[in-house]
Design a protein around this ligand. Structure first.
Ligand code: NAG
Ligand code: NAG
Ligand code: NAG
Ligand code: NAG
Ligand code: NAG
Ligand code: NAG
Length: 312
């Protein structure tokens, strides 16, 4: 009887894991204008599958933003960000790090996430080509879709640390203009540091109460950027912990023992900051008057990207 109950318990736990649904993100764009597809690519023997989104209400090539996933790999979260970027008139492309053979998303147990992430985090020689593979794939997309001289990379958590690695390793990739890491980890690298003359715009968006970001690592990041003469920024959001952009996370209640939580103010502020950075690096704003003009690529209200992007 006890054994049977144990079996039922174990099975129901397994079912609970399997049944864990991906969070339903709101559709903040006009679905009839956002074309999505998957893109197969590879890094050596690793077979990868990225997610591509762009507005087919626009004609002509669009600047591209690559989204590097957090530790559970590709889930609705990353697709949400890519679709938002698409609604703004950009190409959104979610990179695959773990490969097609890995079941990715929220049902992936934490132990598996750690095990999958560890070899990339500890070995920049393994991670950096995997990061580059997504960038190369975006650069190889049709020039009817992508404006290949305007590419930016963002990432979350593991992927945020990833875009910093990308910036360190591949600063002179044609078209790559900058990166932004949200609750990025780690800020410092186990591999070669950024080299002097790195031309990229390197940004980190970090919660001031993120327990994974120590004062020492912040200092080391800033010192590395300074030593390399990088145009860098460190956005420090107060009363904010790790995972502050993930709408599926519980709202952080201020308990310093809780390391992960959503913070709408920091999420929105960092997203607005990113949007400004994209207008600036892609030169979509009115550079004659960057102070008062919005310029830019999209109509956020209707989600219909359009004319401004084409005339920019
Ligand atoms: C754009 O893509 C959406 C989603 O796939 C589709 O419903 C729509 O028909 C497409 N529109 C055009 C003009 O291709
Ligand atoms: C998690 O890892 C274990 C041990 O390697 C493996 O047996 C299991 O299939 C993995 N689960 C998923 C969902 O990848
Ligand atoms: C790091 O990755 C490289 C490239 O995949 C590999 O050749 C090397 O053996 C790895 N080093 C360790 C310590 O795993
Ligand atoms: C540092 O960067 C600025 C522009 O960002 C450039 O004018 C200057 O020459 C650079 N200095 C070095 C030492 O690379
Ligand atoms: C936080 O953790 C510490 C030590 O584990 C404990 O002493 C403290 O009571 C906890 N605080 C809260 C608000 O739970
Ligand atoms: C850009 O700003 C300048 C200076 O304010 C203004 O004269 C010009 O009309 C603006 N151009 C566009 C396209 O908005």
């Amino acid at each position: 009887m006890v054994r049977l109950m144990y079996l039922v318990l174990v099975m129901s736990m397994r079912l609970a894991v399997l049944a864990q649904k991906d969070y339903e993100y709101p559709t903040l764009w006009n679905p009839s204008t956002i074309a999505t597809s998957s893109v197969d690519y590879a890094d050596g023997p690793a077979k990868l599958k990225g997610y591509l989104a762009y507005s087919n209400a626009t004609i002509g090539p669009r600047p591209a933003v690559i989204v590097y996933p957090d530790w559970d790999g590709i889930s609705n979260y990353e697709r949400f960000r890519a679709n938002l970027l698409a609604s703004m008139g950009y190409v959104g492309f979610v990179a695959d790090i773990y490969s097609q053979s890995v079941q990715q998303g929220p049902s992936l147990p934490a132990a598996n996430r750690s095990a999958l992430m560890a070899p990339f985090r500890s070995n920049s020689s393994y991670f950096r080509p995997r990061l580059l593979a997504a960038l190369s794939t975006v650069r190889a997309l049709s020039s009817d879709i992508v404006q290949k001289d305007k590419i930016f990379a963002i990432g979350y958590c593991f992927g945020g640390g990833g875009v910093l690695e990308l910036a360190r390793a591949w600063p002179n990739t044609p078209g790559l203009l900058g990166v932004g890491g949200f609750h990025a980890g780690p800020l410092v690298t186990a591999g070669p540091k950024a080299q002097p003359g790195n031309p990229l715009r390197i940004n980190a968006f970090i919660g001031a109460d993120d327990p994974g970001v120590t004062p020492d690592s912040v200092t080391a990041f800033k010192d590395e950027m300074e030593a390399a003469n990088v145009t860098w920024a460190y956005y420090n959001y107060g009363r904010t912990v790790h995972g502050f952009t993930l709408l599926e996370n519980p709202v952080w209640n201020g308990d310093k023992n809780v390391s992960n939580g959503y913070n709408a103010a920091a999420d929105h502020a960092s997203w607005w900051a990113l949007r400004g950075i994209l207008l600036e690096v892609f030169q979509l704003g009115n550079t004659t008057n960057p102070y008062t003009s919005v310029g830019g690529a999209y109509d956020y209200q209707t989600g219909i990207a359009g004319s401004k992007l084409m005339s920019a």
